[in-house]
Design a protein around this ligand. Structure first.
Ligand code: AMP
Ligand code: MN
Ligand code: MN
Ligand code: MN
Length: 298
């Protein structure tokens, strides 16, 4: 049985909206607008079919899918939160910052994201050159065939090509051998600053959330600095339950959220039916004692 992603000790406040005493929330997912494989409307349909009641589409660095996602969610009678996942470089590493409940028409957000996207095409060509020198030919064109447009080509698209052509058996193997941070096929790029990303999200009326904090290779001291910096800039939440965390990391980041006074978010980080570690809407509940980032949206 899959439990919805809600605290077990939830209040009646939520029930009054949904007519049940628990709701199923999934606030992190991708479509073909970035590196997912389903169109935004298809992601909405899958979320709904899996029981999601409050859903966010959070494509990487691109807002284009939100109108279609919202229309599909409305048709299905599913709660919708417009979202974004912004690529950030902080202290030499990539950090992802999710923005939730953003105004997609806020000019500084759209302009900032256009700048962030600019790095992708050149980086993709450089990654393809590196992969060629490692014996993987045709990766640029190969990756592009999986991407909706060259401005959004990502490591995921490369990884799909590399698996499809038999160089590796799984996406995880591609990241472990070639494309993960510090691996020989990866090219670092300077994404947005944390300050800008949080500023755009807050300017757009949204809440800023550090995505999958358990994925970053920071020391405890660096983590403290990241969370403090994020909080100082106005960041409000971190993901506690995500497809990128192990069960023990749910508890670990629940403690972090409490220590810093962050609200907690949860999301599958769904990209594809065949790649999902956690499918849409199949999340365990948030650990108790946390304030859900959506607490006053339902
Ligand atoms: P990029 O924005 O081009 O750097 O690509 C980052 C994307 O690669 C992430 O959003 C994930 O979808 C994917 N990714 C990163 N690490 C892994 C991994 N270990 N396994 C599978 N996908 C990964
Ligand atoms: Mn992705
Ligand atoms: Mn991410
Ligand atoms: Mn994501």
């Amino acid at each position: 049985m899959h439990l919805p992603c809600v605290p077990l000790n939830k209040s009646l406040r939520y029930s009054s909206f949904y007519g049940a005493n628990i709701i199923n929330v999934d606030l992190h997912s991708h479509s073909t607008v970035s590196d997912g494989v389903l169109l935004p409307a298809k992601v909405a349909q899958r979320a709904h079919a899996n029981g999601v009641q409050l859903w966010a589409l959070t494509d990487h660095d691109e807002l284009n899918g939100l109108d279609q996602a919202e229309a599909a969610a409305q048709e299905l009678g599913m709660g919708f939160i417009p979202g974004i996942e912004i690529s950030v470089t902080w202290s030499g590493q990539t950090v992802h910052v999710v923005g939730l409940n953003i105004d997609r028409h806020y000019p500084a957000l759209a302009a900032g994201l256009a700048d962030v996207r600019q790095g992708r095409e050149g980086r993709a060509r450089q990654m393809a050159d590196k992969l060629a020198s490692l014996g993987i030919e045709g990766a640029y064109e190969g990756a592009l065939a999986y991407a909706a447009n060259s401005a959004m080509v990502s490591r995921t698209h490369f990884a799909r090509y590399i698996v499809a052509h038999g160089y590796c058996n799984s996406l995880q193997e591609v990241f472990d051998r070639y494309l993960g941070d510090g691996k020989p096929g990866n090219v670092r790029v300077q994404w947005s600053s944390l300050e800008h990303a949080v500023g755009w999200i807050l300017g757009a009326g949204g809440r800023a959330v550090i995505a999958h904090p358990g994925r970053y290779k920071y020391t405890a001291m660096q983590f403290d600095a990241l969370f403090e910096n994020f909080k100082d800039l106005g960041g409000q939440a971190i993901e506690v339950v995500t497809g990128s965390h192990t069960v023990s990391q749910y508890e670990e980041y629940a403690k972090v959220a409490k220590r810093y006074g962050f609200m907690a978010s949860c999301g599958s980080d769904f990209h594809s039916p065949t790649e999902a570690r956690l499918d849409l809407g199949k999340l365990p509940p948030l650990p108790s004692g946390l304030t859900p980032v959506w607490h006053d949206w339902v």
